[in-house]
Design a binder for this molecule. Structure first.
Ligand SMILES: [Zn+2]
Length: 68
């Protein structure tokens, strides 16, 4: 009985998985497809980033250096 209890309390994500899934990386950029506003992450951290502009979600820019 005790063994089943241990399985249930086991976290599905390891701490490393959790950190990589929630880390905000410096250099990531988001742009608004409507007005062209772009924002860039200048300081990393842990959390979620869901920028909005013109009432819509901003699009993630994978390689901001290539955008002109
Ligand atoms: Zn906009």
């Amino acid at each position: 009985m005790d063994e089943q209890k241990d399985v249930l309390s086991e976290p599905e994500w390891s701490q490393a998985d959790w950190a990589s899934g929630w880390t905000i990386h410096v250099g990531k950029a988001y742009s608004c497809r409507k007005c062209g506003t772009m924002i860039m992450v200048t300081k990393g951290g842990i959390g979620t980033l869901e920028p909005k502009c013109c009432g819509r979600d901003m699009a993630l820019v994978e390689r901001p250096d290539e955008i002109r």
